[in-house]
Design a protein around this ligand. Structure first.
Ligand SMILES: N[C@@H](CCC(=O)N[C@@H](CS)C(=O)NCC(=O)O)C(=O)O
Length: 228
């Protein structure tokens, strides 16, 4: 097994699915977190100038959340067996990642850099630190995120119901990585507005099943608590 180092900000964000998969697999790795004001120091060493990045044995650095997640899923058996089921598992994971992506972009600056200041506070796109979110750009990004939620969530609720009436995991009895995606990608949206989720009882129950998995529940109790 390689020595892994995972690079990301000191937040859950896009890296949390990877941390959760490591935890569920019982695999040790170095969780290298940094603050926003340290980013310029790390940025130039990241292959795509973005994180998360997974480094193997202190050498090769791999970017892109979903590529890393798929690698971990293949390595540690979080994929279903048949090719067709793998495709289904992938599209479910990709659907949840659409929500995650739009949520994260909503928190970005126009130029793709984070909109958090050095003090960790969110700023508006007019550059002040007041937390004013009423610019056109902010409105568009919020609309886009909500639109994605409203498009993806009913589809995911129906997809979950297709196996065992939705009473187990997406792919049946075994938890796969798309179930963990359902947990991770909805964490902040759920914390911010629980009422948005009342139409999706099966997905909510699935998230509880994921969080009750013995290794995941241990991880959730001991992980670093951050706002996002
Ligand atoms: N397509 C990439 C996007 C990664 C991405 O946008 N990462 C953000 C953090 S969530 C980042 O590194 N932002 C810093 C910057 O762009 O300077 C992925 O899915 O991993």
């Amino acid at each position: 097994m390689p020595n892994y180092t995972l690079y990301y900000f000191n937040g859950r964000g896009r890296a949390e699915i990877l941390r959760m998969m490591f935890a569920a697999a019982g695999v040790k790795y170095m969780d290298k977190r940094f603050e926003f004001n340290e980013w310029d120091k790390y940025r130039k060493d990241m292959p795509c100038m973005c994180v998360p990045v997974l480094e193997m044995d202190g050498g090769m650095k791999m970017p892109e959340t979903m590529a890393i997640a798929r690698y971990l899923a293949r390595e540690y058996n979080f994929y279903p067996k048949s090719n067709m089921d793998m495709m289904r598992c992938d599209y479910i994971a990709d659907c949840f990642y659409e929500i995650m992506h739009d949520y994260m972009r909503y928190y970005h600056w126009k130029n793709g850099r984070f909109r958090f200041g050095d003090n960790g506070m969110m700023t508006s796109d007019n550059g002040n630190n007041s937390g004013n979110m009423d610019s056109n750009y902010d409105n568009y990004m919020q609309w886009r995120y909500m639109n994605t939620m409203n498009r993806v969530m009913p589809f995911m609720e129906r997809t979950l119901s297709m196996r065992n009436g939705g009473s187990h995991f997406f792919m049946g009895d075994q938890m796969t990585w798309c179930d963990m995606m359902c947990y991770c990608c909805l964490e902040n949206p759920y914390m911010e507005n629980q009422s948005m989720f009342s139409n999706y009882p099966k997905l909510m129950a699935l998230r509880t099943r994921v969080s009750s998995h013995p290794k995941i529940s241990t991880y959730l109790k001991s992980r670093t608590n951050t706002q996002w």
